[in-house]
Ligand binder design. Structure first.
Ligand SMILES: C[S@@+](CC[C@H](N)C(=O)[O-])C[C@H]1O[C@@H](n2cnc3c(N)ncnc32)[C@H](O)[C@@H]1O
Length: 403
């Protein structure tokens, strides 16, 4: 029975029965012909909700009270949950989160008739459910009453709310927040990156005039990754969950069956993590990267290896000019995925294997489907939980050339 009844504590509450999950972490519900996107719910539950925002074709609501609870529900530990855009799954127990991520990926892949044969593995769990992020970007309020306070932006009102800690962040980041909160007058943004393994910190911008006792304004940081030191310049990309990124990197070697004769092309290579880790197992690695800072780091990080080279260019342009034939291509593009001409070039280059790594299921599916139209077969998909308690899923896919 679905009735629009008012919660006795709140004039605004609406009673909803919850149906399936959406890809943004919300759930669907319908009442008297009206569609709702419900945050903080689980399919099968009956909840009271508060309206957050109304659109012409649906209304966004947050759960205010659970009337019939799912067995997979837990108490979200963060006081800012549902206000902040960082986490969507804190109210789900971790086993359920992992199963849900595998289900989301499986359903998306099986929508394509040609992918019925694909081996889809269970999502690789993260040992840490909280405090796994090595990088934080905060907004600082310039106006009273929060002037000088750092925080996040409310996902609905877009107003800054002050935080004293974020449960996703490394403990060292939260320690720093405690020291500086409320004293950041005149600043608008703050980035803190820490080495989860090395313990080093990189704080931007330089605020030594306010906090002389805290080192800031560093240009680079060193992080140990599977025992190897990597220099990471302040503007360079580096995976935010070091431990899970290590597990992801190990998948490369595990799924490549290398015999040492391979030429590997590591596109969108960042500071050269995959290039450096694969170098001992293959003949040559060539990395491609567009960012000046990341390519300088990659060259520095591979200085002890004589079979690694880097091309500073866009993957789009570098593939057009490639003067060797790679056996294996690693594709690890930004969230938006590969440009169409990258996929067109790969069809001409014809590597035997393509490893596709993506933090976005939609662009992963789009790019994989294009590659698999004639030339490649998607053999295996391995989701990795790089971002526990959030809707985000890292996806690792193995594509093999059809004869
Ligand atoms: C998701 S990161 C992957 C980095 C690396 N594989 C790693 O795991 O550390 C994507 C990288 O692609 C770079 N990038 C973005 N657009 C690019 C393009 N068009 N061509 C080459 N590199 C690009 C970014 O600077 C970033 O370093």
């Amino acid at each position: 029975m679905t009735n629009n009844i008012k919660d006795k504590n709140s004039q605004e509450s609406i009673r909803l029965e919850i149906s399936e999950f959406n890809s943004d972490g919300s759930c669907n519900s319908e009442l008297e012909g009206k569609k709702f996107k419900v945050f903080g719910a689980i399919p099968g539950e009956i909840v009271l909700v508060n309206i957050v925002k109304e659109f012409s074709d649906f209304t966004v609501v947050n759960v205010s009270k659970v009337l019939k609870s799912s067995p997979n529900r837990i108490e979200p530990p963060c006081e800012f949950y549902l206000l902040c855009s960082g986490c969507q799954f804190q109210h789900l127990d971790y086993e359920f989160q992992l199963k849900l991520k595998t289900k989301i990926v499986t359903e998306e892949i099986l929508k394509n008739e040609n992918f019925k044969h694909v081996e889809i593995l269970n999502t690789i769990r993260s040992d840490k459910l909280y405090h796994y992020r090595n990088h934080a970007r905060f907004t600082i309020s310039k106006k009273p009453p929060l002037r000088g306070n750092l925080g996040f932006v409310n996902k609905f009102s877009r107003k800054i709310f002050k935080i004293n800690k974020c449960l996703l962040m490394d403990h060292k980041i939260n320690y720093l927040i405690k020291l500086i909160q409320g004293k950041l007058i005149g600043m608008s943004q703050l980035s803190i990156r820490v080495g989860a393994n090395s313990g080093f910190a990189l704080i931007q911008p330089d605020f030594q005039d306010i906090f002389s006792e805290i080192k800031s304004g560093q240009k680079k940081i060193t992080e140990y990754f599977l025992g190897n030191p990597f220099r990471i310049g302040s503007p360079s990309f580096f995976q935010v969950n070091t431990k899970q990124a290590e597990k992801l990197s190990e998948l490369l070697v595990e799924h490549l069956s290398l015999d040492g004769s391979e030429m590997v092309l590591d596109t969108y290579c960042g500071v050269g993590v995959f290039s450096v880790l694969l170098a001992p197992f293959v003949k040559n690695v060539v990395g491609i990267e567009i960012s000046d800072s990341a390519i300088e780091d990659a060259i520095f990080n591979s200085r002890h290896l004589d079979n690694v080279e880097f091309i500073k260019d866009s993957t789009e342009e570098a593939l057009k000019k490639l003067d060797f034939h790679p056996d294996i291509v690693i594709l690890d593009p930004p969230r938006s995925g590969c440009k169409k001409n990258v996929l067109d070039s790969l069809k001409l280059i014809k590597p035997k294997k393509i490893l596709m790594i993506s933090c976005d299921l939609e662009s992963f599916m789009r790019d994989t489907e294009i590659l698999c139209m004639n030339d490649y077969q998607l053999k295996l998909v391995q989701p990795v939980d790089m971002f526990p308690n959030t809707k985000h899923i890292e996806i690792f896919g193995v594509l093999e050339k059809l004869n």
